[in-house]
Design a protein around this ligand. Sequence first.
Ligand code: FA5
Length: 346
Amino acid sequence: MNLEELQIKIKTIKEQLKNESIVDSELLQTKYLGKKGSFNDLAKAIGQIDPEQKKEAGKLLNELKIHLTETIEKLEKSPKKASFEDLTAPGVKPKVGHMHPVSQAMEEITQIFERIGFSRARYPEVDWDWYVFESLNMPKSHPARDEWETFFVEAPVDPEKGKVVLTTHTSNGQVREMERLKSKPPIRMINIARCYRRQQDATHTQMFHQFEGLVVDTGINIQHLKGTLDYFAEQFYGPGTKSRIRPFHFQFTEPSFEVDFSCHICNGTGKINEEKCKFCKSGWHEVGGAGMVHPNVLKAGGIDPEKYTGFAFGWGVERTYTLKQGLNIDDIRLLYSGDLRFLEQF
Ligand code: FA5
């Protein structure tokens, strides 16, 4: 090979690089500057060059090396040329979301009650004082209203239904359901909706969910209520879970109860190896209230309390859900933190 031929070869290599279809700089590096690359092939051929031309040939090769290195480096930094589509490359999986744990709990609760003939209802979350308090046997200025730390809405007062509030409990659905059915039992409602109270700590949030059961028919008694609680306990928490009712007071039920479910950690004994169960401290977890519908509430819904009786219950969805076996969520505010590291676990 003489100097002229070398110059032609150098020109060809430069042209080739200029029109290169490969955009990956590592591949280019291997192709042009690698051990078996174009540059090395040419460098090996320099031995055949006339000794007088060797110096000049070395200079030309040096220039070529600099040119190749700089061009490839520039390519690496510049935006990539439109590359060809590799149809055999593995695809990128799109991120798939899932239902929020509270929505999952609401679905499960709905299905459990639907299996025994309840129908899902949903009533307004911004409602009249009448449905939230007054029709539930809590006349204006009744001290029982204080328990519900209420958000009032700035809206015109209705002469009959009073002020507008953010619903403090799903019990506002009781008289609404009686009205929907034109005061004609049987009623078997499960009302799940958002509620609002001025509260905030590890077991309370300003916005939360409740599910409210209401059954009205002839001959309904506490046994029916207890049977429903036991059924729910076993279905939601697993076989062996028991329910317990304790005397309490609500204006809209008589008698009234607080409802507890047995703790799955200590099986309702309150003790683990002679020590107090740290999860429940007593063997039981309180989930909400229940009772036999007060005659005044039936009357407010146009139902004759001499003919019909009923039971009702209302529990927090978050509270009920966080007690599920294996969850161990000790702060319900986490459910609304929007933290994906937490939510992705469900
Ligand atoms: C009531 O709201 C009654 N309406 C329940 C009822 C219905 C009784 C029908 C009788 C018949 P209480 O205020 O205790 O009751 O609330 C019930 C449950 O809602 C509580 O036990 C708790 O689980 C949940 N809860 C109440 N406030 C909050 C809150 N701020 N954050 C999260 N959960 C709450």
